[in-house]
Design a protein around this ligand. Structure first.
Ligand SMILES: Nc1nc2c(ncn2[C@@H]2O[C@@H]3COP(=O)(O)O[C@H]4[C@@H](O)[C@H](n5cnc6c(=O)[nH]c(N)nc65)O[C@@H]4COP(=O)(O)O[C@H]3[C@H]2O)c(=O)[nH]1
Length: 805
């Protein structure tokens, strides 16, 4: 018996621990603990009576016994007296009709409605002593008292707040949208506090019911004496709108209230003595609802104390209900499993309300995009990450040009539809990590976190995205059959800012840039950082001019010869130059990346290949055993139809493919490796050789190299430059030479500028040499003149007349 008492205290202490935060429910539990202990000494029946009476009078829920015929209140608990405001014993003897604000016809109508909806509760307006009307849910069940009198046992829940909340949802939404960050956080904190208090109260109520069931299970042996009280308890728990179940130690159902039976579809089933699996003989949701509890049941057993979990239970209409469930394991005195009480409160509505509040608080209701609060939150996070990692991101503030005029002229409904369409277009093609947000009105913000390692790269990327946004918004919109043309002004700022600064500071910077974009005539992109603006402008201008460069004959082919150790010319690399009418000679490093990004490289690449093939067939070169190397960019190489285009150029010019080498970068090789192997093999079959440019600076591995038809490696000039003096570079050159020897691949050393470098390389392995020591890149005419002046494979003069780079 002592052990039994000890175990009961263990269960309670665990419950106490879980509800430590709720002070008034705590007192309740202490009371219940005293009562549970009292059952050990007093007569069982008396103890049960005391327990029920105490539960009734001290429970925080409003409870009453009502005489069904007359409507007289036979007894009411203290919570009821407090709620209705009639003072001690002020309710007893009063008629419920005095409290119910509906007339008898309306009461009858509500009862009929509840029956039709299969509700176990009624919704009534109840009048308090003060005259105030509250909306309540009444759970009512008939109970026979000891003296044989039939009364209605009613539990009353005040749901006025909930109703008001539903009615005010629309208004609430508008108000919420106006709230700014601080107020949202305050609301969140308050909500959290309310939830904790609620959770404490629920826990206490559930714990009390668990105690009652504990008591009953323990006293089952003298059940005949307690049958009456069990019946009363059954009535009480049937009236509660919670799922209450008792299983024995083997998981067989012993008792369940009406709510549980309805939820699990067991109202017409003899469930006692069966397990969940045995009861789950029906198909569909009823089956799924019953299964899936084993794990948490077992966790409660293992914990040996009350376990609180959130359970999702599917319902017949395909929805899912969420329950805040407490599971209390009961043990025999020898420690074996006796029973498991589960009590679950439906919190589905609360969860929905929470997610709705979150949606309203963080998302724009018109477009569904993140709103200002969420954007600021993500921006602060992105800023912190950027400050840590050193990577750069960008913030773009977009404002639709003349939207307000359009909105006023064509109506707000059209305006809303247009904003939605704009949001959809802007959203297309963004990365999952990007955040597009609507700041209100016609203002959108785009956050691009961690886009590049260097600031200038981030600026290029941001500008590209901004231009893309400008062009998608520039396409006409069709709103209800009306074509609408729009423009957008965009302000860009990069982060992390050099001087530090917070998220709001970045918004201000983007706003300043946006102002400049508008001042520049709208439909434009402006950077906050002046040097980024200058860079963006330069790139924009170059891009525009590069498009005309081919037609205006501003592009030139330069050629840089390659020699063997005996200084005999073996071939040459073709290099592109842009003779700009105003800017002079522009090096490829300044325009090839732009051409690559804009796709212009395809056209430029074709042009270069065409010129190189014509050079090969020129009378000066035709008779010489010289090869020409042509740079092929990734975008050009991976473009569909590249092989066909090469074939056409070969056919057009009559050049011998066996005298052509395509220089590709390491990264081109490892990107899309299957496609690369296929394309290279096709071109290789034509006779074209492949050379890996700047070898050692990328990420290719031996396994890739073995799979590809590579004929040549070019040692990057950064290794060549320092190899004689730097042991690390010397080791790298040695490694490259070993790989080439292993794979039987030729080697070209690039950027050889000194005799020392040439001697260093010559001492290691046979190779070709390219660099200023032998010849600078020179115009085609100079190269051809050089060929005319020297015998084939003869020694050239030092230095060309090409530009020093
Ligand atoms: N400091 C120094 N530099 C030397 C020396 N010898 C040669 N160079 C330079 O090294 C670069 C070698 O070209 P790359 O690695 O293919 O690198 C090329 C290539 O990747 C790209 N490029 C040039 N023309 C084309 C083209 O027609 N198509 C494509 N896709 N890319 C091209 O632009 C890059 C730069 O070309 P360039 O400015 O012509 O620069 C050339 C050349 O002028 C030397 O001794 N010292």
């Amino acid at each position: 018996m002592l052990a039994d008492k000890y175990r009961s205290r263990t269960i309670l202490s665990s419950l106490l621990h879980r509800i430590r935060s709720a002070s008034s429910p705590l007192r309740w539990l202490l009371l219940a603990l005293g009562l549970a202990a009292a059952t050990a000494t007093a007569s069982l029946a008396q103890a049960q009576r005391d327990l029920l009476s105490s539960l009734f009078h001290r429970h925080t829920a409003v409870m009453m016994f009502i005489e069904p015929e007359s409507g007289l209140i036979v007894d009411a608990n203290a919570a009821a007296e407090r709620f209705y405001g009639y003072g001690p014993r002020g309710l007893t003897g009063r008629s419920i009709d005095e409290i119910n604000a509906l007339d008898p016809y309306e009461v009858a109508a509500e009862r009929a409605q509840a029956r039709a909806e299969q509700r176990s509760y009624f919704v009534f307006p109840h009048r308090l002593a003060s005259g105030e009307i509250r909306t309540v849910e009444v759970y009512s069940s008939p109970v026979r008292l000891d003296n044989g009198q039939l009364v209605l046992f009613s539990i009353v829940h005040d749901i006025t707040g909930k109703r008001v909340a539903e009615a005010d949802l629309l208004d609430y939404r508008h108000r919420l949208e106006e709230l700014v960050g601080q107020r949202t956080r305050e609301a969140g904190a308050a909500q959290e506090r309310t939830r904790n208090v609620l959770a404490g109260a629920v826990m206490a109520q559930l714990a009390l019911i668990a105690l009652l069931l504990v008591s009953i299970v323990r006293q089952r042996r003298s059940a005949w004496a307690l049958a009456r009280h069990e019946e009363q308890l059954g009535t009480l728990i049937d009236a509660l709108p919670d799922v209450i179940r008792l299983k024995d130690g083997a998981g067989r159902w012993q008792q369940a209230n009406r709510y549980a039976l309805e939820l699990f579809g067991l109202t017409d089933v003899d469930y006692r003595g069966r397990t969940d699996a045995e009861l789950a003989f029906r198909q569909g949701d009823a089956r799924r609802a019953l299964l899936g509890h084993e794990q948490s049941d077992e966790e409660a057993w293992q914990a040996g104390a009350a376990l609180r979990i959130e359970e999702n239970i599917p319902t017949a209409n395909g929805q899912c209900m969420v329950f805040d469930t407490i599971k209390v394991p009961l043990f025999h005195t020898d420690g074996s499993r006796n029973g498991l009480v589960s009590i679950g409160r439906d919190i589905t509505e609360r969860r929905h309300a929470e997610s709705e509040i979150e949606r309203l608080a963080y998302f724009d209701s018109l477009t569904g995009l993140p709103n200002r609060h969420l954007l600021l939150d993500r921006l602060a996070h992105a800023l912190a990450v950027a400050q840590r990692s050193g990577h750069h991101g960008a913030l773009l503030l977009l404002d639709l040009d003349y939207f307000k005029t359009l909105n006023d002229a064509r109506g707000h409904e059209m305006g809303d539809r247009l904003l939605k369409a704009v949001a959809e277009r802007l959203h297309e093609g963004l990365r999952a990590s990007d955040t597009l947000s609507r700041f209100g009105g016609d203002e959108f913000v785009l956050l691009l976190p961690e886009i590049a390692a260097y600031e200038h790269q981030a600026a290029d990327m941001a500008r590209n995205v901004a231009e893309k946004m400008r062009s998608v918004i520039g396409l006409p919109f069709d709103i209800g059959g009306q074509p609408i043309a729009l423009g957008v002004s965009i302000g860009v700022t990069l982060f992390p800012p050099a001087q530090g600064g917070e998220a709001t500071e970045l918004i201000k910077q983007a706003d300043t840039a946006l102002y400049q974009a508008k001042a520049a005539g709208r439909n434009a992109v402006r950077f906050f950082e002046p040097e980024m603006q200058a860079r963006a402008e330069m790139r924009f201008t170059l891009e525009t001019e590069l498009r005309q460069a081919i037609d205006q004959n501003e592009l030139r082919l330069y050629v840089q010869p390659q020699f063997d150790a005996e200084r005999r010319m073996r071939g040459a690399e073709v290099l592109l130059r842009w003779h700009h009418p105003r800017r002079g000679l522009i090096p490829p490093a300044s325009f090839i990346p732009i051409a690559e990004e804009t796709g212009l490289i395809v056209e430029l690449g074709d042009w270069v290949l065409h010129q190189a093939c014509r050079l090969l067939t020129s009378p000066q070169m035709a008779g010489l055993p010289l090869r020409l190397s042509v740079n092929v960019s990734p975008r050009q190489f991976h473009r569909t139809g590249f092989v066909g285009r090469v074939r056409d150029i070969l056919a057009d010019t009559g050049a011998d493919p066996e005298r052509l080498t395509f220089e590709v970068t390491e990264n081109l090789v490892i990107d899309k490796v299957h496609q690369t192997v296929a394309t290279m093999s096709e071109l290789n079959a034509l006779g074209i050789r492949f050379s890996i440019d700047d070898f050692g600076t990328g990420y290719s591995s031996l396994s890739y190299l073995k799979r590809l038809p590579i004929d040549e490696l070019k040692i990057d000039r950064s290794f060549v430059r320092d190899a004689p003096s730097d042991p690390n570079d010397a080791a790298l050159v040695d490694a490259i030479l070993s790989i080439a020897a292993l794979l039987h691949i030729d080697v070209v050393a690039e950027g050889v500028e000194t005799e020392e470098q040439a001697a260093f390389l010559a001492a290691r392995a046979p190779m070709l040499y390219q660099g200023y020591l032998y010849a600078r890149p020179e115009p085609v005419e100079a190269f051809l003149a050089r060929l005319g002046g020297i015998p084939a494979a003869g020694c050239p003069s030092n230095g060309g007349d090409g530009p020093a780079l």
